[in-house]
Design a protein around this ligand. Structure first.
Ligand SMILES: C[S@@+](CC[C@H](N)C(=O)[O-])C[C@H]1O[C@@H](n2cnc3c(N)ncnc32)[C@H](O)[C@@H]1O
Length: 267
């Protein structure tokens, strides 16, 4: 079982509960694949990207929250304020966007701190995930009230409509979000992004090879001088392309002189 989990790029270091839930999912995957025994199934995973993708969908952890990692967003807004142009478009990649909570959080911070100063600058958020039902929820932007418990009341009022189905998020003016299916370990990343958010995904749940692939994709996505944000409890493995910044250990600057790494990744 461990070998199968490693073969799809995951690791879950220190997540015993997750390991316990794997076997039932794997058994279902084996049945779907015609009841093959584990050895040929493992071989198939090494050779067949479709199988790897399908397993990641089954095994992904999808927990997210609105306003998660508030400190990172506050620092990020200060950095953006010091570097963004007055007009044009800034692109953001939310890698592993879950149901859009991270996109909404960024949109609120943008609406409060960047938009008033730069009314002619547009923000485009590109959220990617492997789970179709998460992407559908992100497109609906409808959240149960409990999901918004960390959102300050003034922002709750400004950005959410209370509907019978839950709280519906309203994007600020000049901010647009699109949510697309994409596997961080297999698919080419979006390009020309000023920011990439990769939190509670690669640097928590991926093994070393998966983390290297993710880093390459992130460095490819972010323009020189742009920013990568990781989770509060995560560490970026030492690698070329991003430099730490003194203000915040969750934010890294894309080094200017390093060319974008190749995609697809070559070992
Ligand atoms: C724990 S959630 C984190 C969500 C959000 N980034 C946050 O910090 O709140 C991880 C998300 O990554 C997605 N995911 C897992 N493996 C992935 C992969 N290989 N490529 C893209 N998304 C993936 C999961 O479906 C899930 O929605």
């Amino acid at each position: 079982v461990r070998e199968i989990v490693f073969a799809i790029g995951y690791r879950w270091e220190g997540y015993q509960r997750k390991w316990r839930s794997v076997w039932p999912e794997l058994r279902r995957a084996l049945e779907d694949a015609g009841g093959r025994s584990l050895a040929p199934f493992l071989e198939g995973i090494h050779e067949d990207a479709t199988l790897r993708r399908a397993l990641r969908v089954r095994l992904a952890v999808t927990v997210s929250r609105l306003f998660r990692g508030r400190r990172s967003f506050e620092t990020l807004m200060r950095l953006l304020d010091a570097t963004l142009p007055a007009q044009g478009e800034a692109r953001v990649w939310s890698a592993g966007c879950a149901s859009g909570e991270e996109a909404c959080t960024l949109a609120m911070f943008w609406g409060e701190s960047i938009r008033p100063l730069r009314p002619d600058l547009r923000l485009r958020i590109i959220g990617t995930d492997v789970r179709g039902e998460c992407l559908d929820r992100a497109r609906r932007a409808l959240y149960p009230p409990g999901a918004a418990r960390n959102v300050p009341p003034s922002l709750l009022e400004r950005y959410f409509d209370s509907t019978p189905g839950g709280l519906r998020f309203r994007m600020p003016e000049n901010v647009a979000a699109t949510f697309v299916h994409s596997d961080l370990l297999e698919d080419p990343p979006p390009q020309e992004c000023t920011i990439a958010l990769c939190r509670s995904l690669a640097f928590t749940y991926f093994g070393p090879d998966g983390q290297r692939t993710a880093c390459r994709a992130l460095a490819r996505a972010v323009v020189p001088g742009g920013f990568l944000v990781i989770g509060d409890r995560e560490t970026l493995p030492a690698q070329e392309g991003f430099e730490p910044i003194p203000e915040d250990r969750t934010i890294f600057r894309r080094a200017g002189e390093k060319p974008a790494p190749e995609w697809p990744a070559r070992p």
